[in-house]
Design a protein around this ligand. Sequence first.
Ligand SMILES: Cc1cc(C(=O)NCC(F)(F)F)no1
Ligand SMILES: [Ca+2]
Ligand SMILES: [Ca+2]
Ligand SMILES: [Zn+2]
Length: 304
Amino acid sequence: SYNAVTEGTGVGVLGDTKKLNTYYSSGTYYLYDTTKAMTGVIETRTAKNLSSLPGSYSVDPDDNFNATNQRADVDAHYYAGVVYDYYKNTFNRNSFDNKGATITSTVHYGRNYNNAFWNGSQMVYGDGDGTTFTSLSGSLDVVGHEITHAVTERTAGLEYQGQSGALNESISDTFAMFMDQKNFLIGEDVYTPKIAGDALRSLSNPTQYGQPENMSGYVNTTSDNGGVHTNSGIPNKAAYNTIQSIGYDAAQKIYYRALTVYLSPKSNFSAARAAMLASAADLYGTGSTQYNGVASAWTKVGVN
Ligand SMILES: Cc1cc(C(=O)NCC(F)(F)F)no1
Ligand SMILES: [Ca+2]
Ligand SMILES: [Ca+2]
Ligand SMILES: [Zn+2]
């Protein structure tokens, strides 16, 4: 038998059919995408509900990944490709390291695991418990959020605690919005599958899910690395304000330049405002509509 780049099909977490970039070798099809302009590949694996990583390749005998227990694998693979394409097509960034690193995703991690994370080397997704979450790879904004943690790690390196940690979280939520422009919600496709219309977080209305949306509401706590998933509501609202005032394209260019040129490990919210303004000045000039839109976006959330 021979090896070949193939195109398969799959059914995702929400029951939607999609085309997949797969690979044929010795009678088996793999979720192994060699079609991107990278030195590495996009590969998807399964932990088979145990917790050893990276687990074994997700495979299928006929290149139609339509079994119920393959749905999380299908979406992790498909959305990783969407995220790769977003960074390459929008900013000419070649994977999270800008050197074409392989993107490895592992699904079916643990049992009833209600979360997803970047572990420093790869993506990891739980199946959820069916009440709080369904399989977490089923949502582009979750996949975009997690892979953006890898980008942040290789660029600004924002320390994951306190204000820099909340900013780290907000960068991931914000780029998830840039990739998935249908709403300003995070996780709505996989959060509480039995309840319609809710989400894990909202960037337009952080308070709806218990997050502050102004510096006056900053939560000082020791839990969750100093409340990184709570205080992210403040820069998230600033990002929403920015998009509302200058649009997605200018906003994403400003955010990417801030992330890759101006932000650094200990940057706090005030440093973020300065980084965004410096980026807006570089790209559009001080006093430009974009510059002024950024300034007011952050002033409105109490960050100067
Ligand atoms: C509390 C809390 C929220 C998160 C979170 O955002 N996880 C990433 C996501 F992509 F799964 F949403 N983790 O702990
Ligand atoms: Ca969303
Ligand atoms: Ca829900
Ligand atoms: Zn995160």
